[in-house]
Structures are given as C-alpha cells and as structure tokens.
Design a protein around this ligand. Structure first.
Ligand SMILES: Cc1cc2nc3c(=O)[nH]c(=O)nc-3n(C[C@H](O)[C@H](O)[C@H](O)COP(=O)(O)O)c2cc1C
Ligand code: SF4
Length: 215
C-alpha cells in the first residue's frame, strides 16, 4: 500500500520527496504529496526519514504480521523478559523485532502491525523512556493498532500494574486484555509464562488484523 501523510504533523520539509527511490511524491504547495501510489515498493524510507513522524505505511498483507517488542531495561531483567515474550510471538507465526526503547525507534512503531511495550517498574510507575514513548504514541495516534504491555518489578506491584495497557488505550490503540509483570528474581524461572504470554498476544494480533476482533 502507498504511504499516507498526516498533514496535521507535516511541516513541509520535503524529506519524503527527496528520499523516495520510486519517485512516488511530488512537492506541491510546500508539502510532499503522494502522486504515483502504484509505484510504491514499500521500502519504508519515507516513514523512517520523516522527522515529524507524519508518514505512515500500511503493508500489503501478504506475509506474517509484524510485531515490535520494545522495552526499556536498566539492569537487563526486562530485556530478558522481552526476548522470551518475542519467542512466544514468533511461535504464533508472527515476525518479531526486539528493540530497546528510544526516540529514534518511533518509526519502527509506525511500521509495525502491532506493538508490545515493556518497562521496569520505577517508583511504582513505568520508566521515563517508556513514559516518553507512550506520550509520543498518544500524539501520533495510531488508532486501533493492536498493542500490549509487560514489565518487571523488584519489590511490590502497585500503580504500575496495568498502566501500559491503560495508556495505550488512552492513545486509542487496540489493547490486549492482559499485561504481564514478573518479579526481577523470577524472570528466568517464569520463562515459560513469558513465552505463553507472547504466543497468546501473537494469536490475538492475528485475529485483530483479520478483522475477528473489535475494531
Ligand atoms: C530507580 C529505581 C526505582 C525502582 N522502583 C521500583 C518500584 O517502585 N517498585 C518495585 O517493585 N521495584 C522497583 N525497582 C526495581 C526494578 O523495577 C526491578 O529490579 C526491575 O526488574 C529492573 O528491571 P531492569 O533490569 O530491566 O532494569 C526500582 C529500581 C530502580 C533502579
Ligand atoms: S515506501 Fe519507499 S517507495 Fe513507497 S513512497 Fe515511501 S520511499 Fe517511496
């Protein structure tokens, strides 16, 4: 499918016009405009290049759903959990990318069919990096994109329980009905639970994308 430009965010930098190898855009009245949609090869360059995250691209549904598992991790527990969850998502026959959260990773969120966000508990909340990412998602407004959350904690689960899913819902993404939180010293022992969580998330994503779930 050709890209779409959100003109509420486009500032007319013309990056999409200059990076597109297939000459899909023209620069008209100070904005990039999709003029030759049939020529788009879905190379994703325009999505990655736009500094305002104004370009989105829905992939032609020929392959496996693409799930992004994005996490923040200070001492490695959430990273370990993310990898086990990703294995489960893969078992559900989705393709998976696992990435550390950062502002630069936002185009990867735009390009994914579904996203799972993971955070360490910090002061009974998600970490600052995940807070920032959730705020960017709220602004970018990827309505109905399937999404879910997971995390690790050290002492006691309080305000952070369910927080990622709630914030994803506030950002109008379609949310998975479970959020997995694992205590830091149980991440290895609960690996099977993490894989099972990833697998059921992957199955749910497939249902959502095929239109089986609520829009
Ligand atoms: C600054 C800081 C604040 C934390 N706050 C909490 C907390 O409020 N509740 C809790 O249960 N654990 C808390 N922890 C423990 C971490 O959430 C826990 O060890 C987690 O597994 C670390 O994940 P990571 O290895 O991916 O960084 C805190 C840790 C740090 C470093
Ligand atoms: S995805 Fe690639 S080919 Fe398609 S419009 Fe963007 S830059 Fe051009």
């Amino acid at each position: 499918m050709p890209p779409r430009i959100d003109y509420r965010r486009c500032t007319g930098a013309g990056t999409c016009v200059s990076v597109c190898p297939a000459n899909v855009f023209d620069f008209i009245d100070g904005k990039g405009v999709v003029m030759r949609p049939a020529d788009c090869t879905e190379c994703e360059e325009c999505v990655r290049a736009c500094l305002k995250y104004a370009v989105t691209l829905e992939h032609s549904r020929t392959g496996k759903p693409r799930v992004l598992v994005m996490y923040d991790s200070v001492s490695g527990r959430t990273a370990t959990l993310a990898k086990a969850i990703a294995e489960g998502v893969r078992q559900a026959e989705c393709s998976v990318a696992v990435l550390e959260a950062s502002g630069e990773a936002i185009p990867e969120v735009l390009l994914a069919d579904a996203v799972l966000l993971g955070s360490p508990s910090q002061f009974e909340n998600v970490s600052e990096a995940i807070k920032g990412l959730l705020e960017s998602l709220r602004i970018i407004a990827l309505a109905n994109r399937p999404a879910g959350g997971f995390g690790t904690f050290g002492w006691e689960l309080k305000g952070e329980d369910g927080i990622i899913t709630r914030k994803l819902g506030d950002a109008r993404l379609a949310t998975f009905d479970r959020e997995l939180w694992v205590k830091d010293d149980e991440v290895e022992a609960r690996r099977d639970d993490a894989v099972a969580f990833g697998r059921s998330f992957g199955e749910w994503v497939k249902g959502q994308l095929s239109g089986a779930g609520p829009a």
